[in-house]
Design a binder for this molecule. Structure first.
Ligand SMILES: [Zn+2]
Length: 68
């Protein structure tokens, strides 16, 4: 079980769509995370390294990636 007390907050990333939604990045977070903003319902990609975010199109989980 994860104890939130053990996690140190690295930064708070504001939603680039509405500027109101917040994503919390913790110090052990790495890479990118996609989250749905609970304010504007947009899907945003969060970079946990640089604490930046950008809006991405909604994920289509059932769609297989085409070989490139
Ligand atoms: Zn938002």
């Amino acid at each position: 079980m994860i104890e939130s007390d053990n996690l140190e907050l690295k930064g708070v990333i504001k939603c680039p769509g509405c500027g109101k939604g917040k994503v919390y990045a913790y110090n052990d977070a790495k890479g990118h995370t996609s989250v749905r903003c609970h304010k504007c319902n947009k899907t945003i990609m969060v970079d946990n390294e640089t604490l930046s975010a950008l809006i991405i199109p909604p994920m289509r989980h059932n769609e297989k990636k085409k070989p490139s």
